[in-house]
Design a protein around this ligand. Structure first.
Ligand code: GDP
Length: 443
């Protein structure tokens, strides 16, 4: 099984980093295919916390090839800092490669992001203001600067000039900002380019070679399906395509190279920023889940909105991504909550009920979640390593979800650390299978 996509099945922050990290043990290559440093992965390894914004999670394995695909937008300052931070902890980064075609986030992209959000006022999207959206906009407008351009001063200056021209009016308040001076910017980014030169490569070819020799390649998505610019709750979405189909475009492979697609979902729902969230909890239960699950953004520290698991949105994610497996994380954060709500349907503004995710944005904004209540459990589950170790109510919760979604559960997270996971045996070639004895106990 050489090509496996790991995609967020909800609104992002599902714990994709941990799942990719587990898979990376057997993989040859891990490649990120979209997004920028608005994504954040937290990996806890032997009690040590690692936060990554751009670098794929597999970097902690010596010799693993960790690629940043052409579909990602790269802030050279951020990646330089991430590399330095890893070096400071003694981690080898020689396996890191950045696509020469990946677009570069420039200082004016960050300013435009800030300006755009301020002008929107109450209507703001809640972007991370890292310049990601304006960078993708320039890419589509053919005004982008790619990693390879950082290596040629003349081309870089010409491209920066061309990119700045149509933005002069909007950027007028910053006209005297030295960071936006054409020559200073060219010099600064050329220097960054030379510092990163050893990492710039044809990442699509590296992936192709690994797949051709039957090696496992993990395509790592950022954000989540409901934040997809085409399929999410537009305009409250990210500026790229997190869905699994985008793995092909953002890494440079054909659809036939994808063999399995895992959706990562939390045992409940969270959302950062604005936009509809039908199963949101506005009461102390929401606060409780936020505390138990540590629901504060890796990149921004923003508190995440919390709510019940939403099967309507998840069924939509299964359809959009053709999921072949689901990884359920953070089951432990639900310990002590009884009963547990699960959204099985939406009630629209006119009392109409929706089994499927409504295509009309106004309906989603006004929809309320119709809940089924399931019994909770009170005993801690962070030490469970097999399904049989879980209390019957926790198993009942997982069974209910798997049954309603119709996709096998491949693993269950019961704590932030790497070993706090239960593998169900559904993917024995990718994850160590659960001992036969425990499987029998669980069924
Ligand atoms: P990602 O962007 O999808 O990788 O998600 P984040 O890294 O932003 O959020 C996942 C957070 O949850 C990290 O802090 C992880 O260490 C933590 N985490 C992952 N799986 C579990 C789990 O099963 N239980 C608990 N309590 N925390 C988890």
């Amino acid at each position: 099984m050489p090509g496996l996509v790991v995609v967020g099945a909800q609104w992002g922050d599902e714990g994709k980093g941990k799942v990719t990290d587990l898979l990376a043990e057997r993989a040859d290559v891990v490649i990120r295919y979209q997004g920028g440093n608005n994504a954040g992965h937290t990996i806890v390894r032997d009690g040590e916390v690692y936060k990554f914004h751009l670098i794929p999670s597999g970097i902690l394995y010596p010799g693993r090839r960790c690629l940043i695909g052409n579909g990602v937008v790269v802030d050279p300052k951020v990646i330089t800092e991430e590399i330095a931070a890893l070096h400071a902890r003694g981690i080898d980064t020689s396996g890191l490669k950045i696509s020469a075609n990946a677009h570069v986030i420039m200082p004016y992209h960050r300013l435009l992001d800030d300006e755009g959000e301020m002008k929107l006022g109450k209507l703001q999207i809640g972007t991370t203001r890292r310049g990601i959206g304006p960078c993708y906009a320039d890419k589509a407008a053919r005004l982008g600067i790619r990693m390879q351009d950082l290596l040629d001063e003349k081309i870089l200056r010409q491209k920066i000039y061309a990119a700045l021209e149509p933005k002069r009016l909007t950027l007028r308040p910053y006209a005297k900002d030295p960071a936006l001076d054409l020559h200073a910017m060219t010099e600064e980014y050329r220097t960054l380019g030379h510092r990163l030169e050893q990492y710039i490569a044809d990442t699509s070819k590296i992936v192709w070679e690994a797949l051709d020799s039957d090696r496992l390649v993990i395509f790592e998505g950022a954000q989540g399906t409901l934040l997809d610019i085409d399929h999410g709750t537009y305009p409250f979405v990210t500026s790229s395509n997190p869905v699994a189909g985008a793995a092909c475009v953002g890494a440079g492979v054909g659809p036939k190279d994808i063999d399995a697609i895992w959706g990562v979902m939390k045992a409940y729902s969270t959302r950062v920023g604005s936009g509809p969230f039908p199963s949101e909890l506005h009461d102390e239960l929401g606060d409780r889940i936020r505390e138990a699950g540590g629901e504060f953004g890796t990149t921004t520290g923003r508190p995440r909105r919390c709510g019940w698991l939403d099967l309507v949105a998840l069924r939509y994610a299964i359809r959009l991504n053709s999921l072949t497996g689901i990884a359920i994380t953070k089951l432990d954060a639900l310990t002590g909550i009884d009963p547990l709500g699960v959204a099985v349907r939406y009630l629209g503004p006119d009392g109409v009920s929706f089994d499927e995710f409504p295509y009309h944005q106004s309906v989603v904004h006004k929809a309320r979640a119709e809940l089924v209540e399931l019994p909770g459990w009170s005993e801690p589950i962070t030490g469970a390593r097999t399904l049989g170790d879980l209390p019957p109510e926790a198993r009942g919760y997982l069974d209910f979800v798997a049954d309603r979604l119709g996709v096998p559960v491949v693993l269950v997270g019961v704590g932030p650390d790497r070993d706090q996971v239960i593998t169900t045996g559904a993917a024995p070639d990718l994850l160590p299978a659960q001992p036969a004895e425990s499987r029998a106990a669980a069924s």
